[in-house]
Design a protein around this ligand. Structure first.
Ligand SMILES: Cc1ncc(COP(=O)(O)O)c(C=O)c1O
Length: 418
């Protein structure tokens, strides 16, 4: 089996390290399962993104739905990044991390009145709206608060992002956004809505998109709307292209951020307004791993199983999307032969797996394994299913590390039950 290494996670003396820190030093303190993040990876990825677009008037908003730990959010805020949030809970986290409200965007296809009010109370940069009813509600709530809401309309460009159907969001059949004609009508209605200022047109066509074409096509469709509005006297300040940039999960080559920028900058420059980006996965996915211990191994009929102490409640992506995560031993040994096995968790669901029919080095009880590319959509999707405590999170910063969230206690699990 091929081992995947990067500056963020590599083997030193046959032992997997996060930067310079041997994983054994971390698990000695935290036990397993545990999420481990490399701060330097986050800094490097952000700077790569920023440099790629340095010739364009733009702002970057970290999509915190991908990793909402306050210390991770703060890492990006400290670099001057804003935050894209999808709920009041995420906005609360971003504010706790120290986000400046004028660098906050509230997304979401179904916001409650309280969420809209919360956004307006904090005077955030923009609320995105995805239906006429939502626009009217924002106008009413802003009116009652004597405020003018800055609103962006999310357009569904009907473009196939060629990704997993569950994370494809820009097709006609998806619940997200408004079709181009309706969006134009609503932007035009803006003049009659006293408490709304339309500031942006927005798209987000999906996640883990591994080709540039769908982005280019969607930008073309939204640009038509943008120029149509401009011709009719409606000038928008922002053009928000969302997130969605794919990353490598198997060591495969994905387009680079510089290729992405070179392809899109000529289109975006024509717009003559500020471009907003909302990357999530690009910034965090390969900066995190989930480390787990082998509880048991067994052979059932002719099938090998490696049973780990992590489960689908800790990392849902394989169960939910059949997503691929590379798995490798924390300690290398020349004697290890490759076997074909399923790597599974202890939850009583057959869907509780991390790998199926995978060629993987043989591992024994008590050995540690690393599940790679878990910095995005990992901990944020965790749950207490099967009465399991959520795992801790550790942030490695050069030669030191700290726990940025502790393992839950059993008291956490029942804290308000009667
Ligand atoms: C509105 C919005 N913006 C940005 C993102 C971030 O996407 P990604 O993590 O694929 O970059 C998402 C995630 O689905 C989203 O829904």
């Amino acid at each position: 089996m091929e081992l995947i290494e990067s500056p963020a996670f590599s083997y030193k003396n046959n032992h997997l390290c996060c930067g310079n820190i041997p994983l054994r030093d971390i698990v000695k303190l935290t036990d397993t399962p545990v999420y481990i993040y490399n701060k330097q990876f986050f800094l490097d990825r952000y700077n790569e993104f920023k440099n790629a677009f340095k010739d364009l008037d733009n702002s970057i908003f970290f999509s915190i739905k991908s990793n909402f730990n306050i210390s991770v959010i703060k890492t990006f805020l400290d670099l001057g990044c804003g935050a894209d949030v999808n709920s009041q809970g995420e906005m609360y986290r971003a504010l706790k991390a120290g986000a400046n409200p004028d660098k906050l965007i509230l997304s979401g296809v179904g916001k409650t009145k309280d969420e809209i009010k919360y956004g307006l109370e904090h005077d955030i940069l923009m609320l995105k709206a995805e239906s006429e009813e939502e626009i009217l509600l924002i106008n009413d709530i802003a009116g009652n608060m004597n405020k003018t809401a800055r609103v962006g309309i999310r357009v569904n460009p009907n473009v196939d992002a060629q990704t997993h159907p569950y994370i494809s969001t820009g097709l006609m059949e998806n619940k997200f956004g408004l079709n181009t004609n309706e969006a134009i009508d609503l932007f035009r209605m803006g003049g009659r809505l006293k408490n709304i200022e339309f500031t942006a047109i927005d798209m987000h066509i999906g996640s883990q998109i591994i080709s540039i074409e769908p982005f280019a096509e969607a930008i073309d469709r939204l640009s038509e709307v943008y120029f149509n509005l401009q011709k009719n006297g409606i000038t928008l300040k922002h053009f928000d292209i969302g997130g969605g940039i794919g990353v490598s999960y198997k060591g495969e080559k994905i387009f680079s951020i510089n290729e992405f920028a070179s392809a899109l900058i000529p289109k975006l420059k024509k717009l003559n307004c500020k471009i907003l980006f909302e990357p999530g996965r690009f910034l965090t996915a390969n900066g995190g791993i989930l480390v787990s211990k082998v509880l048991f191994t067994k052979m059932n009929y002719d099938k090998n199983f490696i049973i780990t102490d992590a489960a689908m409640n800790d990392l849902l992506r394989p169960s939910m999307y059949n997503a691929y995560h590379h798995i490798q031993p924390v300690d290398l040994s020349p004697e290890r032969e490759d076997i074909n096995a399923d790597v599974v968790g202890p939850v009583c669901e057959s869907g509780d797996f991390f790998a199926k029919d995978r060629i993987i080095p043989k591992m024994k009880r008590e050995e540690y394994l690393a599940i790679l590319s878990c910095g995005s959509y990992g901990m944020v999707m965790s749950s207490n299913y099967n009465g399991r405590r959520r795992p801790p999170e550790v942030l490695v910063d050069n030669n030191s590390f700290r726990t940025i969230r502790s393992r839950e206690t059993y008291e956490h699990l029942i804290w308000d039950e009667k």
